[in-house]
Design a binder for this molecule. Structure first.
Ligand code: IMP
Ligand code: MG
Length: 193
């Protein structure tokens, strides 16, 4: 790994088994809360892994869903949100009970923007599920109906979450630490993972 990655350390955070166990619990919650057909709308690209596991967990519980995808982007190459949320083409959702799926709820701008767009498309209802929630970072006042893990303010990668396009393929979630300049470990090599 080379530029533009600054010095950092990558630490384990949520292992694969813990994630899959929680996804199963979320599927139980959703099956309990919902009657009738759900239209799962997943945000690309971060929610791909979570969505793939969640819809299969729903399927194991006898719930069939429709699936659509919206491309939403708020991050560039850095680890801070740009504040702008760009949306790609929107699916037809008139009269549908939508389950909006995202990887992580951070400032809330993405879910706020997409939720409003989905309502304006005439969806009957919108329920939200996120794998991770960083409540301390909220700018837009909203919460998700179903939350996998509430986590502290840290930059996380893996299980769909990327850093400048990398690390989405990891099966677990890891934390990226940025040592400050005074930290003697600051010159640490970017670890291979
Ligand atoms: P929000 O619009 O600030 O709530 O941010 C939501 C989006 O930012 C998520 O869908 C992610 O794509 C991205 N994001 C937020 N926090 C992280 C993180 O820690 N790692 C990777 N991506 C993140
Ligand atoms: Mg995302």
């Amino acid at each position: 790994m080379t530029e533009p990655f600054p010095p950092h350390r990558i630490e384990p955070f949520l292992d694969e088994a813990a994630i899959l166990k929680r996804v199963d619990e979320l599927a139980d919650e959703i099956v309990d809360a919902v009657d009738g057909e759900l239209h799962v709308v997943a945000l690309l690209a971060g929610a791909i892994m979570f969505t793939a596991d969640l819809v299969r967990a729903l399927s194991r519980r006898g719930m069939n869903v429709r699936m659509s995808f919206i491309r939403a982007s708020s991050y560039g190459a850095g680890t801070q949100s740009s504040g702008q949320v760009g949306l790609g083409p929107l699916p037809r959702l008139v009269g549908d009970d939508v389950l909006l799926v995202d990887d992580i709820l951070d400032t809330g701008r993405t879910l706020g923007r997409v939720g409003a767009a989905i309502e304006s498309l005439g969806a009957k209802s919108v329920r939200t599920v996120v794998l991770l929630d960083k409540p301390s970072r909220r700018v837009v006042k909203l919460g998700a109906d179903h939350v996998g893990f509430s986590i502290p303010d840290a930059f996380v990668i893996g299980y769909g979450l990327d850093w400048a396009g990398r690390f989405r393929n990891l099966r677990d979630v890891r934390i990226v630490r940025f040592p400050d300049a005074a930290d003697s470990d600051a010159a640490i090599e970017a670890p291979e993972i």
